[in-house]
Structures are given as structure tokens and as C-alpha cells.
Write a protein of this length. Structure first.
Length: 167
């Protein structure tokens, strides 16, 4: 990043633009632009903000912004892809410890069992209540049933009721 910052600074100076003039035109603070030119990436909290600032600054200086962005992306790739061997070995050791912990033999006395819920008693109670309601309904209907009104027919026809069947 220092090389890219130095390149941007040299381009600004060759164009005859002072740092205060560039800051006023771009509405950047002086420290913001100085950090870009010095390659101080740690001064920026957000990489995307830094990337956009470099793009705007490159366009302001009349440079090919795509080429400058490619250079910055290469820096980011090299900067973020460096993982030390110690970090790799520590991660591998942690993974092995986790696997060993899962392979430990557990005693039946310390093993936690999940309690199984038996739903059959609940089903039996519900079915029993439904059957009970059906029986009570049948009994109440048979008690409250009104007898047939055959008395009225006897007075009209007589004592003898004749059923006629037609085929």
C-alpha cells in the first residue's frame, strides 16, 4: 500500500496540486488524504471506505481508476491471505481436541438420557371421554323421546289400524 500511496502522492505533486487544494476539492480531511498517501491502512476502520476514497482520488488525479483499484485489490489479497504457520497449527490442534472430546467413552451413569414422553395414556383418556359423551347422548335421547301418537289415529280410523302395502 505504501507504493500505491507514494504513486498517488507523486502524481498529485507532478500535477502541481497541493494537499490542501486536493482536500478542499474532494472534501476530504487533510489527515485522511495523508493516510492514503502514506499507505496507513490502519487509520481506516472500513476497507470499503478506503477503497472508495482511493477510487475518487485516482479519478481526481486523472489516473485510470480501474488500474489503481487492481493494484489496491492485489495489496488487500496479499495482506489478508497471509496466515502464519503457528495460527494454522493452533487451529489444527483445537480441531483435534474437539474431535477427541466427542470420542470420549461415556459411562451409563453419567450419560444424560432424554426423557421419552408416552402419549398413549392421553390418547386413551381422550377416546374414553368421547365414548362416554356418545353413551350419555344416546341415553338422554332415548329417555326424552316422545311416544308415537297412535291415539289420535285410533279415533279417526277406529280401534283397528290397517297397514296397506303397495307394490
Amino acid at each position: 500500500m505504501k507504493e500505491l500511496g507514494e504513486y498517488l502522492k507523486q502524481t498529485r505533486l507532478s500535477n502541481g496540486v497541493s494537499i490542501t487544494e486536493a482536500c478542499e476539492d474532494l472534501e476530504f480531511s487533510t489527515s485522511h488524504l495523508e493516510n492514503i498517501e502514506s499507505g496507513n491502512v490502519k487509520a481506516f476502520k472500513d476497507v470499503y471506505e478506503l477503497k472508495e476514497s482511493i477510487r475518487v482520488y485516482a479519478k481526481y488525479l486523472g489516473l485510470n481508476a480501474d488500474k489503481v483499484m487492481d493494484e489496491f485489490n492485489n495489496f488487500l489479497f496479499q495482506h489478508t491471505s497471509r496466515i502464519s504457520l503457528d495460527d494454522i497449527l493452533a487451529a489444527q490442534k483445537k480441531k483435534e481436541e474437539l474431535e477427541a472430546e466427542h470420542k470420549k467413552v461415556k459411562s451409563p451413569y453419567t450419560k444424560e438420557y432424554k426423557e421419552k414422553i408416552n402419549l398413549w395414556p392421553v390418547v386413551y383418556v381422550i377416546v374414553g371421554v368421547i365414548v362416554l359423551f356418545v353413551i350419555v347422548y344416546i341415553i338422554i335421547n332415548s329417555i326424552n323421546r316422545t311416544p308415537r301418537r297412535i291415539d289420535e289415529l285410533k279415533s279417526v280410523i277406529g280401534d283397528e289400524i290397517v297397514y296397506e302395502y303397495t307394490y
